[in-house]
Design a protein around this ligand. Sequence first.
Ligand code: F3S
Length: 282
Amino acid sequence: MEVIVAKSAGFCFGVERAVKSAYDEAGRENEKIYTYGPIIHNEQVTNDLAKKGVNIINSLEELESLDSGTVIMRAHGVSKSVYDKISKNVKVVDATCPFVSKIHRIVNEESSKGKHIIIIGNDGHPEVEGIKGWAVGKTFVISSEQDALEFADEMGASLCIVSQTTFNVKKFHKLVEIIEKKGYNSSVVNTICDATSKRQAEAGQLASRVDAMIVVGGVHSSNTQKLYEICKNECSKTYLIQTVDDLQDFMLAGCNVVGITAGASTPNNITEEVQNYVRRKF
Ligand code: F3S
């Protein structure tokens, strides 16, 4: 069996940087270290960090109750109000990915000019919640064609359309097209990050020429889910697995060529384990 691993599989620049910040801070003695939410959607990494004294804070209430220590802000970023709250009581290590910070700046500036903001992304995802929180006026989140078709802004304000960094590139263009047909005065900034565009393009190309495609990543990871969608469109035998333990023999039975890609928060050793297993077993 031929096994092809996507070159872009694995940690993106932003996740790598955030995880490094957490490990750098973990080494400090006599200091309580926290991350606001898991630093990445990967239990092996978060468990390892926990052993090194880096604990996860899951709610704003917990955050507000802190009166000392260091809080690491993960790559997804947070809203302005959360940022201000955190920095009042504790030291902040801001590991927000620069691609996400750029969206915060755009949203803040454009909404300050009176524009309403449309975020093409998944409502409720921490990155999207953070982006919303940098707008000074109205925001809308659009995630599907249905949302785009139903979209209406009664106030008729000018719009600024941005995207969650990990959104599906093709879908973004499709949704923008639907909104633009409604005739609002709108500006569009494609804020899907470079790492995501490359990874998605490569995954789609790979999936189109293999018999089965394996996507390795967390079930809660948005960019992994998008990769799965893209690959599934090209290859019906596409499987999303978290670790090698989820791989079952029937998935690859009868296949000659298998492709493997991984989400931006999947450590390389997990992808390697999958790769080695497939090469050994089939
Ligand atoms: Fe940043 Fe893109 Fe990764 S926004 S965290 S480089 S997926």
